[in-house]
Write a protein that binds this ligand. Structure first.
Ligand code: BGP
Length: 482
C-alpha cells in the first residue's frame, strides 16, 4: 500500500538486539555446566571455520555486566538472549544446577536495573549432550518431557521478571542443518523420515511449553522464532509459480502454520505421505498443537534474506551440503530439490560476502504475509549484516551495517503503516560473537570484540562501532531519525 503520511513506529516499540548462549557466553565447562551437543560437534566434525569453538566465545559469562552497561548507555529497550539448557540441567533431565540458574538471575536483574526488557529464548540449538548419549536427543519422543521439564523450571524461576519468551529458535534451521545437510549436530544427511519426526517432537515440545507457561503466567508473551525467507517466483511461468507455492508449503508454512494454527499444510503432508516421510502423530497431539496455537502471542521472525524460486526437473540440481563459510563472495552453489524447486540468485539484489541476498523489502513482505495469513503480532527477533570489520585508530567504521539496518527499518516502518502489528525489532547481534560455522571473522555486532579464530587470541575488549552510536539515535527518536 502507499500512505500519504507515515504513522511511524508504535509508542512502546521494543528496539532491541539479540544473542545466543553458545555464541557469546564461553565458560563452557564452568560452574557445573554440562557439555552440549555443540561443545562436542565443534571438536569432532571439522565443519566450523578453522575449527572455531565457543569454549570462550566472547566471554559474556564473565563480562555480562560490562555488556549490559553498554546496552544501557545505548538506550536499548530489549535484549534477546538464550539460556543454555546444559547450565540449568547439566545432564539434561536430572539434577538442577543452582549456579547455572543464578547466572541468568544475575543477567536478568542487571538488565532490569537499567529498564531493559529481557526477551528469553529457551532453546537456541545447544542441547545437553547427555540427552544425545542417552536417547539421541530430538530423535526420541522422550525429549518432549525433558524439554518441558527444563522450560517449566526456567518459567517458574524467571517468570516473575521475564515477560517475553521465545520457545525455539529457528526450528527449521536446526533440523534442516542437523538431519538434511549435515552441517549442524548430529550431522546427518538426507535423513528425511527422521527430519520430519524430529520436527514433530520439537512442535510438541514447543506446544506443551507454551501451555505450561500460560498456566503459570497468563500475562506473559510467547512465540517461536522462525527463520523466514519469503520467496519470489523467477517469472510468471505457471510451473515456476507452482514451484514457489511448493517451496512455501514445505519450507515456510510447514512451521509457521503449526505455530499459528496448530496444523501442518495439507499439500505438504500429501507430498510426504507418498514416500512415507510423514511424522508419527500420536492421539492428542493435534489438540495440543491447536491449544498452543490459540495461546501464542506473536510470530517471531528471524529475517535475513528472500529466495528466488524456479521449477527444478527430476534430473535437476540437488542439495550441495556445503555453504560459503569463508566469506569468499560467489562461492555458494545453486541448490534444489529435484521435481520441486531450486533457489537461484536474485539478479536485482546485492549479496553479502557470505552470499546472503540483501533484500530490505523482503522484511516488509514477511510481515505482510504473516499478517494476512495468521493475523498475529510480530517480533522481529533477528536481522543484521555479517561483515568483515576493521579497527582503524581504535574505531570501527561500519557504514555498510548502518545502511543495511537503516533500509530494513524503513521497510519495517512501512509494514507498520500497512497495518502489521510489529512489536519489536532485534538486530543480530549486540556484540560480535561466534558465527556457528563461520568463525569470529563474520561480525554482526554493534560492539566490536577483540578476538580472532584462535582460542586465546585478542584481549576480548569491547569497542562500540559507528553503528552503535547510530542505533542509539534511532532508539531515541523511535525510528524517526535514520
Ligand atoms: C540465525 C541464528 C543465529 C545467527 C544468525 C546469523 O540463523 O539464529 O544464531 O548465527 O543466523 O547466522 P550466521 O552466524 O550463520 O551468519
Amino acid at each position: 500500500m502507499f500512505f500519504l503520511k507515515s504513522k511511524g513506529f508504535p509508542k512502546d516499540f521494543l528496539w532491541g538486539s539479540a544473542s545466543a548462549a553458545y555464541q557469546v557466553e564461553g565458560a563452557y565447562n564452568e560452574d557445573g555446566k554440562g557439555l552440549s551437543n555443540w561443545d562436542k560437534f565443534v571438536r569432532n566434525s571439522n565443519k566450523t571455520y578453522k575449527g572455531t569453538t565457543g569454549d570462550v566465545a566472547v566471554d559474556h559469562y564473565h563480562r555480562y555486566k560490562e555488556d549490559v552497561k553498554l546496552m544501557a548507555e545505548m538506550g536499548l529497550k530489549t535484549y534477546r538472549f538464550s539460556i543454555a539448557w546444559s547450565r540449568i540441567y547439566p545432564e539434561g533431565n536430572k539434577e538442577v544446577n543452582e549456579k547455572g540458574l543464578q547466572f541468568y538471575d544475575n543477567l536478568i536483574d542487571e538488565l532490569l536495573k537499567y529498564n531493559i526488557e529481557p526477551m528469553v529464548t529457551t532453546y537456541h540449538w545447544d542441547l545437553p549432550q547427555a540427552l544425545v548419549d542417552e536417547y539421541n536427543g530430538w530423535e526420541n519422543r522422550k525429549i518432549v518431557d525433558d524439554f518441558v521439564n527444563y522450560t517449566t523450571t526456567i518459567f517458574k524461576r524467571y517468570g516473575d521478571r521475564v515477560k517475553y519468551w521465545i520457545t525455539l529458535n529457528e526450528q527449521n534451521i536446526f533440523t534442516t542443518f542437523g538431519w538434511m545437510n549435515g552441517m549442524h549436530p548430529p550431522g546427518k544427511v538426507d535423513d528425511m523420515k527422521m527430519f520430519y519426526q524430529v520436527n514433530h517432537h520439537a512442535n510438541i515440545a514447543h506446544a506443551k511449553s507454551v501451555i505450561e507457561l500460560k498456566k503459570l503466567y497468563p500475562e506473559s508473551m510467547v512465540g517461536a522464532s522462525f527463520a523466514y525467507g519469503p520467496s519470489y517466483s523467477i517469472n510468471s511461468m505457471p510451473e515456476n509459480c507452482m514451484a514457489k507455492a511448493d517451496f512455501d508449503d514445505l519450507n515456510n508454512f510447514y512451521w509457521m502454520d503449526v505455530y499459528a494454527y496448530g496444523r501442518y499444510p495439507r499439500s505438504a503432508m500429501a507430498f510426504l505421505e507418498q514416500f512415507d516421510w510423514q511424522p508419527e502423530i500420536l492421539d492428542g497431539d493435534e489438540e495440543i498443537m491447536k491449544e498452543a496455537a490459540s495461546k501464542v502471542d506473536f510470530m517471531g521472525v528471524n529475517y535475513y534474506q528472500t529466495a528466488v524460486i524456479e521449477y527444478n526437473p527430476m534430473d535437476g540440481v540437488t542439495m550441495s551440503h556445503e555453504m560459503n563459510n569463508t566469506g569468499e563472495k560467489g562461492t555458494q552453489k545453486v541448490e534444489g530439490v529435484p521435481g520441486l524447486f531450486k533457489r537461484l540468485h536474485n539478479e536485482f539484489l546485492e549479496t553479502t560476502d557470505w552470499d546472503w541476498t540483501i533484500d530490505p523489502m523482503g522484511l516488509r513482505f514477511a510481515c505482510r504475509e504473516i499478517t494476512s495469513r495468521y493475523d498475529l503480532p510480530i517480533v522481529i527477533s533477528e536481522n543484521g549484516l555479517g561483515a568483515f570489520d576493521k579497527v582503524e585508530d581504535g574505531k570501527i567504521h561500519d557504514p555498510y551495517r548502518i545502511d543495511y539496518i537503516k533500509k530494513h527499518i524503513e521497510e519495517l516502518k512501512k509494514a507498520c503503516d500497512d497495518g502489521c502489528r510489529v512489536i519489536a525489532y532485534c538486530t543480530w547481534s549486540y556484540t560480535d560473537l561466534l558465527s556457528w560455522l563461520n568463525g569470529y571473522q563474520k561480525r554482526y555486532g554493534f560492539v566490536y570484540v577483540d578476538r580472532q579464530e584462535e582460542e586465546g587470541s585478542g584481549t576480548l575488549d569491547r569497542i562500540p562501532k559507528d553503528s552503535y552510536y547510530w542505533y542509539k539515535k534511532v532508539i531515541e527518536t523511535n525510528g524517526e531519525v535514520l
